[in-house]
Unconditional design. Structure first.
Length: 168
């Protein structure tokens, strides 16, 4: 059996997006979803400075989504971010591994901004682990989020052991 990750939809709010707006769109689209709702992200989402309203981003996600999804909502946020290179390796390994096996599927019709992000993200010239977040401010956000999910669920093994993560 081949384990595959699939991206079948995206929430794209082009201007002035914030966590409550994204949560509202998720509720509009998926309130009837009967399965688990797993939230992945970076550790900085727990900082009060990242949200545009009261509470941190993960507090807001719980505030908006928990009444709709109940115990099916699970936040899987590491206490510390993985190294950028480790996250990139996990992502690249899913996009296409050394055996030329692609294990990440993206619906281009429903996820055009995700496709654009994957096609447009670049490393800063001369580096191996610094994403260019300055050339186009619309790029890297979607693939960063996908990378946190892929790092957690499909880690690249190092020395026979998965890279450690700790949840809060």
């Amino acid at each position: 059996m081949i384990d595959v990750a699939a991206i079948f939809d995206e929430v794209w709010i082009p201007k002035n997006s914030n966590t409550p707006m994204v949560c509202g769109e998720l509720i509009n689209r998926y309130s009837k979803h009967p399965g688990k709702v797993l939230v992945y992200g970076d550790a900085s989402g727990g900082n009060r400075t990242t949200a545009q309203t009261d509470g941190n981003d993960y507090d807001l996600i719980q505030q908006y989504l928990a009444p709709v999804f109940g115990p099916r909502l699970q936040l899987r946020i590491a206490k510390k971010n993985p190294l950028v290179r480790s996250r990139l390796n996990a992502t690249n390994n899913r996009v296409m591994n050394a055996d030329k096996l692609a294990r990440l599927l993206v619906d281009p019709a429903k996820c055009p901004h995700t496709v654009e992000d994957f096609e447009g993200v670049r490393l800063v010239e001369g580096t191996t682990d610094k994403l260019d977040k300055d050339t186009d401010s619309n790029l890297t956000h979607l693939t960063d989020g996908i990378g946190y999910y892929l790092f957690e669920e499909f880690p690249v093994f190092k020395s026979g052991r998965p890279m450690a993560t700790h949840y809060f």
